[in-house]
Design a protein around this ligand. Sequence first.
Ligand code: SAM
Ligand code: SF4
Ligand code: SF4
Length: 351
Amino acid sequence: MNPLHPTLSDPGSTLQTAAALRDTLGRPLRDLRISVTDRCNFRCVYCMPKEVFGNDYQFLERKALLSFEEIVRLARVFKALGVEKIRLTGGEPLVRRKIEQLVAMLAALGLDLTLTTNGSLLAKKAQALKDAGLKRVTVSLDSLDDAVFMRMNDVDFPVTRVLEGIAAAAAAGLAPVKINMVVKRGMNEHSILPMARYFRQSGHILRFIEYMDVGSTNGWRMDDVVTAREIVDTISAAMPLEPADPNYSGEVAARWRYQDGSGEIGVIASVTQAFCRDCTRARISTEGQLYTCLFATSGHDLRDLLRSGASDRDLLDSISAVWSKRADRYSEIRTGHTAKLEKIEMSYIGG
Ligand code: SAM
Ligand code: SF4
Ligand code: SF4
C-alpha cells in the first residue's frame, strides 16, 4: 500500500496524508465549503439576477443533489486529508429540507461546523441548528434601509426579519454571529456607516465584502467595486479605526478595530488585495463537483465516483490528485478579460 494513501481506518497513516498534501503553491487543504442547494428565496442583484434566475430557470432536480449520506461520506474523506472546518452554503442552505439533520450528521465528525445564510429562515431554525451541533452562523445583510435592502434582494424581503434571525442565532448561542455586507457602488455604499454604527457594540462582527466577478450573470464591472480602502476610510472618518492583527494566518477578512475600544470590523478585499497565497479552501457544488477555486471554470465529478461504487480510498486518492495539481490564484491575476470568462455561478458552486 502506498504509505501516503492509507485506508481511512488507519488513523496514524491518515495523519501522514494530511500533513503531506499540498497544492503546487504549497497550500494545504483546510476548509471545505459545501453547497447544499442551488435554490434561493432571494434574487440578490449581484448573485442571482432575476433576468437570469427567473420563473423558467431550471434548477437541479432532487436526484442530482448529493444526498446527506453522500455529503457526510465526502466530509469524512476530506477530514482525513486535513480539512478542519466545514461551511454549509448555497444557494440558501436553510431552504434545503431537513438541513438540521445534515448538521447533526456532520457535527458527529467533530469538525468546526458553520453555515452562511441570508437569515430569512433563521428565526425559525436557529435553535434547531444549534441543538444539531452547528457552531456559528454568518448572516448576509446589505443594508438597514428597507428600500435599499429590498432593491438588492429583489424579492421585497424586509430588514427586520433578518435582524430577528440574527437575534435568534445569538440567543441560541450560534455566536459570535458574523454579518456579511457586500458593497456595490450605486446600490448600498451609503449604508456602510449606518451598518457600522448599528453593529459596533452589538457583539456581532460586521464584515464588508468587495463586490466580486463571480459567475457570469451579474454584469460585474470594476467601477462597481467599492474598495476596502474606501470602506475603511468612510468609517474611520466618523469613528477612527486602527488595524488589528489577524486571528490566525490565512484569515480572509482583514481586521480593523475602533480606536475607542468599542469593537471591530472585518474587510474582505477579494478584488483589490488578493489573498490567494493563503487560500486553503475547496468547494463541493450541489451536485458533487469539486472546485478548487471560487472562480473555477470547471470541476471534478465526485458524485459519479460516489455512485459508481468507489471506495473511500478511491475518493481520497482522487481528491488528493486534484489538490496536488491545484495552481489556482484567480484574484491575483484578475483582469477585465478574465472577468468576462464563463465562470460557475456562486449560487451553484457555494459562496
Ligand atoms: N444564501 C446565503 C447568503 O446569502 O448568505 C449563502 C450563499 S451566498 C452565495 C454566500 C455569500 O456570498 C453571501 O454573503 C453573499 O453576500 C456573497 N456574495 C454573493 N455574490 C457575491 C458577489 N458577486 N460578490 C461578493 N460577494 C457575493
Ligand atoms: Fe441567495 Fe445568498 Fe445569492 Fe442572495 S447571495 S441570491 S441570498 S444565494
Ligand atoms: Fe482562493 Fe480562488 Fe479566491 Fe484565490 S481566487 S482566494 S485561489 S478561491
